[in-house]
Design a protein around this ligand. Structure first.
Ligand code: ADP
Length: 655
């Protein structure tokens, strides 16, 4: 076939115009795209050769070679993959076949700047070569064809391209980029190695470059003193070396990977110096196929609480790096998970926008979420050595021994983030609830699960009691807990800032309602006997006149004043209504500069307390009433609205 000229398909021409006329922030993606094509070509050959090993000819080792010629200003990417026939070159390098790229072209706005940005995200396959080249020559021969059936394709990236037959001994394709003046620095070993390391390290195909070594310049024969040497330089040695790792760790079988290799890989992708706490590595098959390698770090990063903290998942498509921080692949409450997802189903040019919409991505996200939860459940299950029931202690396997205490460690670092999931991921709420751990009035360490609590519930107890507070000490010593302590009823102590918010989304655990001890009227249900209830009612009756006076004195501060039997040692406490926001949450929102509704609490007084008994008839009634209220506020971690007035009143009484 002699030289033929073909016009590009209209969309290609449009795309090329943009590629050649825009400035890119990340020009270097062209190499990722071309290496990816080379890798695909090798995959295709490998596949066809399954039934026809002759296709390998005398070169069974599939590889990509990068080379450059500074003088000729060319950069060449050569593969020994499947190659192309003349017709294939015309069809594949003259039209846009992929629907993804077509979509992309239809999105182009004509505004160079925003279009250039789009292109940077997308990558445009073969045509991205024109980002750095003003002319591209492709020389190729289809595997199985004769050397005389080689093809040369040439284009300047404008309206048309030329195709002619050549003789080509080697199977496969060379893409020769004639570099633009501004792109000459790509003809540099270090630069190319750096880009390969960044984007293509995990291509399982070896990428080779010719080794270089330093050579001194020649001596210049000269009679005068200015004689000496010509400048030296790097020269090619004829030896080729592999410059990528040539093996995607996650694509290797689990049994071939050591723990150390897993940990090294984690450090490499996370920039963490510490080894990970644990990981999970799976090939998921089914309607969406992907590989996941997910790690849980040992330590929380500094910026864990940053709302804009990016996800830690790198997305690969068929071992080609696509993007970092692929937040669409992991819910925000699992933002601490690091790792890699490699999908076989997503297009290479997938953008963040497309990721949000893709059904495959949704399936991957759900799959990854479930995996992480299973991994945590497994750690939780093995956190403590099982208690022996019959005096015989089970001998733990090495694997289980290694898991002892791991979940507690995880929870101390990431438990609070995990709780965000209660409000974020309703589908997994039940699983998440089981993973929660708290301190309690009977257990100082954060180790009590809802299930543990339920197992210890008193006969007749029909709620899981909890209290939220700023600190463990404040929670433990809270007046609201007094009667629970007296009656020996366990109360969960919640002291993470996120607790109050997260608990809003959870009303019950396994059929048992959750009840804040600082909300609503005091009611222990069956745990209070009839006599106690009757006595309380009688007291309430006799206290009516006093309560009315207190209510009047505190009308600006308290929603209501009532007697309670929840107190033992304290004279008074504050509670809010059942559906009201807790005082603690309101304070937190205010501190964060967010608007919070004014919470007017209910003052509850202890009719048995001497101070309360003394109130009636006291000449200091007004001051005492305010002190009672302000002290209740202090006891639960708040501050009196007017601290100076409080101090004055107390001092007046003291003196
Ligand atoms: P994509 O690779 O995503 O399909 P490209 O525009 O990069 O889109 O390439 C278009 C087509 O050209 C490829 O699908 C392939 O058939 C062919 N092609 C590109 N590069 C090579 C190569 N190195 N070897 C063989 N065929 C290639």
């Amino acid at each position: 076939m002699s030289k033929q000229t073909h016009a590009f398909q209209a969309e290609v021409a449009q795309l090329l115009h943009l590629v050649t006329h825009s400035l890119y922030s990340n020009q270097e993606i062209f190499l990722r795209e071309l290496i990816s094509n080379a890798s695909d070509a090798c995959d295709k050959l490998r596949f066809e050769a399954l039934n026809n090993t002759a296709l390998y000819e005398d070169a069974p080792e599939l590889q990509v070679r990068l080379s450059f010629d500074k003088a000729a200003k060319t950069l060449t990417i050569t593969d020994n993959g499947i190659g192309m026939t003349a017709q294939e070159a015309i069809d594949h390098l003259g039209t846009i076949a992929k629907s993804g790229t077509k979509d992309f072209v239809s999105k182009l706005s004509g505004d160079q700047k925003s279009d250039a940005q789009l292109i940077g995200q997308f990558g445009v396959g073969f045509y991205s070569g024109f980002i750095v080249a003003d002319k591209i020559t492709v020389e190729t021969r289809r595997a199985g064809a004769t050397p005389a059936e080689g093809v040369r394709w040439i284009s300047g990236g404008t309206g048309d391209f030329e195709v002619e037959t050549i003789t080509r001994a080697e199977r496969g394709t060379s893409v020769i980029l004639h570099l633009r003046e501004e792109a000459l620095d790509y003809a540099n070993t270090w630069k190319l190695k750096e880009i390969v390391g960044k984007y293509s390290d995990h291509i399982s195909l070896p990428i080779l470059m010719e080794k270089e070594e330093w050579k001194d310049g020649d001596l210049i024969e000269s009679n005068n003193e200015e004689g000496g040497r010509q400048p030296g330089g790097m020269v090619k040695t004829g030896d080729w070396e592999t410059i990528n790792k040539a093996s995607a760790l996650w694509s290797r079988p689990k049994k071939d990977i050591t723990d150390e290799q897993y940990a090294d890989f984690y450090k490499q992708i996370s920039r963490d110096f510490e080894a990970p706490l644990t990981w999970t590595h799976n090939r998921v098959e089914g309607s969406t196929e992907y590989t996941q390698l997910l790690y849980i770090p040992s330590k929380a990063p500094q910026d864990l609480w940053n709302r804009d903290k990016k996800a830690g998942i790198k997305l690969y498509v068929k071992r080609v790096f696509i993007m970092d921080e692929a937040e669409a692949l992991m819910p925000s409450y699992l933002r601490f998970v690091k790792g890699v997802v490699d999908s076989a189903d997503l297009p290479l040019n997938v953008s963040r926008e497309l990721l949000q919409e893709s059904r495959d991505v949704k399936a991957i996200r759900e799959g990854c979420t479930k995996r992480v939860l299973s991994m945590l459940e497994d750690l939780a299950k093995h956190d403590k050595a099982p208690e022996s029931t019959d005096g015989v202690t089970d001998v733990l396997s090495e694997e289980d021994k290694a898991k002892l205490g791991q979940y507690s460690k995880f929870y101390a670092e990431f438990g609070a983030v995990l709780k965000e999931g209660l409000g974020e991921d309703f589908g997994n709420q039940a699983r998440l609830s089981k993973l929660l751990r708290f301190a309690s009035s009977t257990h100082d360490t954060v180790s009590v699960s809802f299930a543990d609590y339920k197992a210890r519930m008193k006969e007749g107890q029909d709620a899981i009691y909890y209290i939220t507070a700023d600190t463990l000490a404040a929670a433990k010593n809270s007046p609201q807990l007094e009667v629970f302590k007296k009656k020996g009823i366990e109360v969960l102590l919640m002291t993470d800032r996120v607790d109050e918010w997260a608990l809003n989304f959870v009303n019950e655990f396994d059929g048992t309602p959750l009840q804040s001890v600082a909300k609503g009227a005091f009611d222990l249900g069956k745990l209070q006997d009839e006599e106690e209830k009757k006595a309380a009612e009688e007291v309430a009756e006799t206290f009516k006149p006093l309560l009315a006076k207190l209510k009047e004195a505190l009308k600006d501060k308290a929603e209501d004043v009532r007697v309670t039997s929840r107190l033992v040692d304290s004279p008074a406490c504050l509670v809010v209504t059942d559906d009201g926001m807790s005082m603690q949450l309101a304070r937190m929102l205010k501190q964060a500069g967010q608007s919070a509704p004014e919470v007017k609490p209910v003052l509850e007084v202890n009719p048995e307390h001497p101070l309360v008994k003394k109130l009636d008839g006291s000449v200091h009634f007004h001051d005492l009433a305010h002190i009672l209220f302000d002290q209740a506020l202090l006891a639960e971690g708040g501050l009196p609205a007017d601290p100076a007035a409080y101090v004055k009143r107390v001092n007046a009484l003291l003196s």
